[in-house]
Design a protein around this ligand. Structure first.
Ligand code: SF4
Length: 414
């Protein structure tokens, strides 16, 4: 049916989609054609992505029970899209001691979380071994929890502060219990564009070096793109090509996650710092980003994740028909998108995730951090609640409460 429908649309787009259906890799130029589609051609792109997803990974939609711990918002950098970071003297600056990071981890584990996701700002004069100490302290109390932590930007900072090479630093973190790295800080892997939206940010070359070094040490990572600001279709296509090319060499990516730019509180939008900047992607751009990610990466990366924090429950459900097979995590304490003005909450409980997936006609499945299935919810007498479902959300505290608490105020005199 899909093949006969392809005969009705623009022949160039039709050729690209037919090639994808034949499991052939499409070029960046062909991906640009898809990014530029509208109307029926755009819908057909999503349909092809959906079919490729079904062939590759079937109808399960996975999710992980995890908790985000963003232990400090103090940062020496000034990325134009970041509304989360604060100067070290700012009255909203905070820093969670290791004991509090461990307490939050234990609380999450007791409620069924299998993963702790740790990312934060880069505080000035940070002890270069802080990340190591955090991993060791968590693992001492919770030897079986998976620590998914430290973006390439943080790894580079830790390596600089400790005087170790990136490889040595990653090895030490792995020995201390680090399980995987988030492939954030990628934004768009184009140096000229990065120099506009986040001068001073980790360079493209350094991002690739951290990621490939991690893969060589058998530390898996995720991969991401942040789009909907000033990038072109070509930038997005080339970014996907870079991710595909790294995966061909290392096979170390577990997933790819498109992240919409959240504009509301982002300094580069708010203060009009970057000429021609968009207020995030349009609905069609979001659909195309997920669908083309599936089409370009399908032969190399099985898992395309939707970020419910960026897209909300309704759009996330729609994206399940555009190549997506993973719903991300429960997060519990989401701070980064919340501070940028995203209004979709800081936690999504497992029951709600399962309900969204099941009502889309798909099969919810809880997974671990590296896509091992923990439990499939296929409607056969196993629809029990997880402990997190019954927990009071208020017990976790919120980002907006945290930045007001004197108890965790960043002490810049130490
Ligand atoms: S994105 Fe990260 S490195 Fe950039 S300002 Fe925000 S916290 Fe700092």
């Amino acid at each position: 049916m899909l093949e006969s429908m392809l005969k009705e649309i623009d022949p160039i787009v039709s050729d690209v989609l037919s090639q994808s259906l034949d499991s052939k890799n499409i070029s960046t130029k062909q991906a640009v054609e898809l990014f530029d589609t509208k109307g029926t051609e755009m819908i057909m792109t999503a349909m092809v992505a959906d079919l490729l997803r079904r062939r590759s990974v079937g109808d399960k939609v996975t999710y992980v029970i995890n908790r985000n711990i963003n232990f400090t918002n103090v940062c020496i950098k000034r990325c134009g899209f970041c509304a989360y970071s604060r100067d070290f003297r700012n009255e909203e600056s905070y820093f969670l001691p290791i004991s509090e990071v461990v307490r939050r981890s234990k609380e999450a584990w007791q409620l069924g979380a299998t993963e702790i996701c740790i990312q934060a700002g880069l505080p000035p004069r940070m002890d270069g071994f802080l990340y190591v100490d955090i991993c060791k302290a968590i693992k001492k109390e919770l030897p079986n929890i998976h620590i998914h932590a430290f973006s390439p930007e943080e790894i580079l900072y830790g390596s600089c502060r400790s005087g170790l090479s990136v490889r040595e630093y990653l090895s030490m973190l792995k020995e201390s219990g680090l399980g995987s790295l988030p492939g954030t800080a990628a934004e768009i892997l184009d140096q000229d564009l990065r120099d506009l939206i986040s001068p001073g940010r980790i360079s493209v070359a350094d991002w690739i070096n951290v990621i490939t070094s991690a893969h060589k040490l058998k530390i898996p990572t995720t991969s991401t793109i942040m789009y909907g600001h000033i990038e072109t279709s070509e930038n997005k296509a080339k970014h996907l090509e870079s991710i595909r090319s790294i995966q061909k060499q290392t096979n170390g990516f577990t997933e790819f996650v498109p992240l919409s730019f959240v504009h509301k509180e982002a300094p580069m939008y708010h203060n009009n710092l970057v000429k021609g900047i968009s207020p995030g992607p349009t609905g069609h751009e979001v659909i195309k980003m997920h669908a083309i990610s599936r089409i370009m990466l399908n032969n190399f990366i099985n898992n395309i994740q939707v970020s419910w924090v960026k897209e909300g429950a309704k759009m996330s459900q729609i994206l399940l028909e555009a190549g997506v097979n993973d719903f991300g995590g429960t997060l519990i304490n989401e701070s980064i998108s919340t501070s940028a003005g995203s209004g979709f909450g800081q936690i999504m409980k497992p029951k709600e995730i399962r309900s969204i997936i099941a009502s889309a006609g798909r099969v919810p499945a809880q997974r671990n951090s590296v896509y091992g299935i923990i439990k499939v919810f296929d409607g056969k007498d196993n629809e029990d609640e997880s402990l997190l479902d019954t927990a009071e959300t208020s017990q976790f505290g919120s980002y907006h409460e945290l930045i007001k608490l004197d108890k965790f105020r960043y002490n810049h005199t130490k």
